[in-house]
Design a protein around this ligand. Structure first.
Ligand SMILES: [Zn+2]
Length: 394
């Protein structure tokens, strides 16, 4: 590998340590981290805008280093999420205080995915000192880990501003390998409300736990349909859309008819049609079968399905500009499929050629003692050097 400028490397490590110190657990306020990043980018001449959530608590940032001589070359978007998953007990270091031990840097978010953000931010100076032939965008989102809540708001704004072309690199940890496809991930909670009563007279109440059980059974029976809908030559493992019940919660005592129950469930559709099919089938069953039965006894009974998040899938494209762009830098032509979800499908959906490729390994993501190998930081900087070389006026 070519030599990476040591100052640039040190700067990336410094920024990574700073980023880890912001406790940006999903759902929490991430504005201090965003302001920190915006300052760095602004200092290097970037223009930017923010997109907030309803409560102005969490924020997406989109910043742009403009081309010096725009000549129609499509822009590059370097994209990452700013949130991290919560901490479980058992860390051997403070998860929010980065520590280097040997050839690894430990800390929550080190690989997923503040490592990529740190490298991109450190590189902003190099980009800004270059004769850019295209715009370089930096996209930083909130709450990716909880079903991609932030990114859709940003995507909406990008559409409004006509930023719907170019190449997007989503820097999730892939050890800088190319990921060009994954399933969707849709999460739901369905709430049942019936009527409580004495268990000795089950017909006089509306048992939410029992109706929830029938709902779950219907979902499980739809699994077979999903299996039958699989496409030939599917690249996924398993090759069909899956469905899983995450939990059933309800009731207060053995001898009381449960008036409340809710079901957490998710599906990983291989395409949009499967997601639609499943929702239509289960909604129909709830509204045409279960609910009328519940209402017959108690008119205020209800079934409400809440969408927790619908991360759309990321589809393989045979002649993908983004994949070719990355391959031309790394020399690696392999394309892989992963089982985790990312924001990639959202960018792809508005016409931006997208690839998932970033430093660190998913093996260490979401785990106790999360780390990134320092060599991965260097690999990422080497890659960004390649991005720069393909983005300057010769
Ligand atoms: Zn991630």
């Amino acid at each position: 590998m070519a030599n990476i400028d040591n100052k640039l490397y040190e700067k990336s490590i410094k920024i990574l340590k700073d980023l880890i110190a912001f406790k940006t657990i999903s759902g929490e306020n991430n504005s201090s981290l965003i302001n920190y990043c915006e300052d760095i980018l602004k200092n290097h001449g970037a223009s930017s805008f923010k997109v907030f959530d309803e409560n102005k608590k969490r924020v997406n940032l989109f910043a742009t280093l403009k081309a010096k001589e725009p000549n129609g070359v499509e822009p590059i978007i370097l994209s990452g999420h700013t949130d991290v998953v919560p901490i479980s007990k058992g860390w051997s270091t403070d998860p929010f205080k980065a520590e280097i031990k040997g050839d690894k840097l430990y800390g929550r978010g080190s690989c997923d995915m503040k490592g990529f953000l740190a490298c991109s931010l450190a590189f902003a100076e190099v980009f800004s000192n270059s004769n850019l032939s295209r715009d370089i965008h930096f996209s930083l989102t909130f709450d990716e880990e909880t079903a991609c809540i932030g990114a859709p708001l940003l995507i909406k704004e990008l559409k409004k501003r006509n930023i719907t072309n170019g190449i997007c690199i989503v820097g999730e940890p892939t050890k800088m390998k190319i990921i060009d496809s994954h399933k969707g991930c849709y999460e739901y909670t369905t709430y049942f409300e019936g009527l409580a009563g004495h268990s000795s007279k089950p017909d006089e109440g509306v048992n939410a736990a029992e109706f929830a059980t029938r709902y779950v059974n219907k979902l499980i029976s739809l699994r077979k349909d999903l299996e039958n809908r699989q496409l030939k030559d599917s690249i996924f493992d398993p090759p069909y859309s899956t469905l899983s019940i995450g939990g059933i919660f309800g009731g207060i005592a053995h001898n009381v008819i449960a008036d409340k129950c809710h079901v957490n469930w998710e599906t990983r559709p291989i395409n949009k049609q499967d997601g639609l099919f499943l929702n239509e089938e289960i909604d129909k069953y709830a509204s045409e079968q279960l609910l009328p039965e519940m209402k017959k006894i108690y008119t205020h009974s209800s079934i409400k399905k809440e969408i927790i998040g619908e991360i759309i899938g990321f589809n393989r494209v045979n002649d993908s500009k983004a994949c070719e762009f990355v391959s031309s830098i790394t020399g690696d032509n392999e394309r892989e499929v992963v089982s985790f979800g990312t924001e990639a499908g959202l960018f792809q959906e508005i016409g931006i050629s997208t690839v998932v490729c970033g430093p660190g390994s998913i093996e260490q993501a979401h785990k106790i003692d999360e780390f990134i190998e320092l060599s991965e930081i260097k690999k990422c900087l080497f890659f960004l050097e390649g991005v720069k070389n393909k983005s300057i006026i010769n």
